[in-house]
Ligand binder design. Structure first.
Ligand code: SAH
Length: 351
């Protein structure tokens, strides 16, 4: 957030009003919108008059997100970005390269206040929520960076730092901006939103008419185990959460993905797999098993290979659709919050 008017957060019609209020013709909105989606700064907007560019420069901001640093994995080409925001805060993102196109993992907040025991993003709490333009700006900054390779962001996962359902209005506005054919025009079928399970906003979200894939961080087969890992489980029971998921499936016709990070000695034994299978039986869903990335600040360990395979096989035997998440960028601190934290602890940056 900055003092200046952040243009990327504006809907097309809002940009039109701003431009007419500046005494310019409505048609300028089309030109400016076109430039903004390419990540251009005002100096590059050569079809605008110099005077108008100057006016914009004084009062508005074109690019809220700049890539401050990037690291590329030698193993699989995964790229990790550290972005800088107008107020100096740092956030991070990951670009994963699959045969079907590039996927970008976006942050929705600086930090997070959900307090999950295994998550690096939440260790310092939530600094602030991102604006719609700061979410869109991550996509635009990366597109600009990878364009020379002939690449473009095809898929988006809201799985970086932050809880999207804790920044509801900005996330929903961002999704609509992302989808606008006058802007990037990205299909929302290529977007996954991950939530730790803020039930009231999940219910609201089911009525927005946005065809995104809903991922739910479940990580447990019952409330008792879930409470050990996720404080949000004290606010909403698994029954309430699963009811909200069923509502989402019913209203959108789309299956829900359950994320399940295996934590040794907590939720990874076969009794947990059995209980999980029983609870999800008959639901139009898919389970994504994630081997926990050890976070050294916490004393939680990931599973062994044998534990993962046994857990997966048990769910398959119980007819639950399940896959194991491919691990990418293992050599570059690919997991959420890790890079930002390592930079903050070097104390050479603000944030
Ligand atoms: N706040 C949202 C999205 C961000 S995290 C949510 O909770 O869903 C994206 C996924 O990574 C979540 O499923 C989260 O629980 C998981 N995650 C966080 N830290 C992890 C770790 N150390 N190892 C494995 N998965 C982790």
């Amino acid at each position: 957030m900055s003092e200046k008017n952040e243009l990327l957060s504006l809907r097309y019609e809002e940009l039109e009003s701003l431009i007419t209020a500046m005494g310019e013709g409505k048609f300028r909105a089309k030109q400016v919108f076109e430039w903004l989606k390419r990540g251009a700064d005002f100096d590059e907007m050569t079809n605008l008059s110099k005077a108008l560019r100057e006016k914009f420069r004084e009062t508005c901001l074109a690019n809220p997100v700049t890539i401050h640093e990037s690291i590329t994995s030698k193993l699989d080409g995964t790229e990790k970005y550290l972005y800088e925001l107008p107020d100096g805060n740092l956030i991070e993102g990951v670009r994963m390269r699959y045969h079907y196109g590039d996927t970008l993992c976006l942050s929705t907040q600086v930090g997070c206040r959900m307090g999950c025991a295994f998550c690096a993003s939440t260790l310092e709490g939530c600094v602030r929520s991102l604006t719609p333009g700061e979410m869109l700006g991550q996509v635009i900054a990366v597109n600009r960076r990878i364009e020379p390779e002939g690449a473009r962001v095809h898929n988006i996962v809201l799985m970086g730092s932050g809880e999207p359902m804790d920044n509801y209005d900005n996330v929903v506005k961002f999704l609509r901006l992302l989808n606008d054919p006058r802007g990037l025009g990205l299909s929302l079928r290529n977007v996954s939103l991950s939530t730790c399970g803020l039930v009231p906003n999940m219910k609201r979200f089911a009525d927005e008419g946005l065809p995104v894939t809903l991922s739910v961080s479940l990580h447990a087969p019952n409330d008792e185990v879930r409470k050990k890992l996720m404080p949000v489980a004290n606010a909403y029971s698994m029954d309430e959460l699963l009811t909200a998921c069923r509502l989402y499936i019913q209203k959108t016709g789309r299956r829900v993905i359950f994320e399940y990070a295996l934590v040794r000695g907590v939720n990874a034994d076969l009794a947990c797999a059995d209980e999980l299978a029983a609870r999800l039986r008959g639901m139009q869903c898919h389970v994504n098993l994630i081997p926990l990335n050890d976070v050294k600040e916490r004393n939680l360990l990931g599973p062994t290979e044998e534990m993962i395979s046994a857990f997966q096989k048990r769910l398959e035997d119980r007819h639950i659709s399940v896959t194991r998440r491919r691990e990418m960028g293992d050599d570059i601190q690919g997991a959420c919050g890790q890079l930002r934290r390592s930079r903050l602890s070097q104390e050479s940056y603000g944030g």
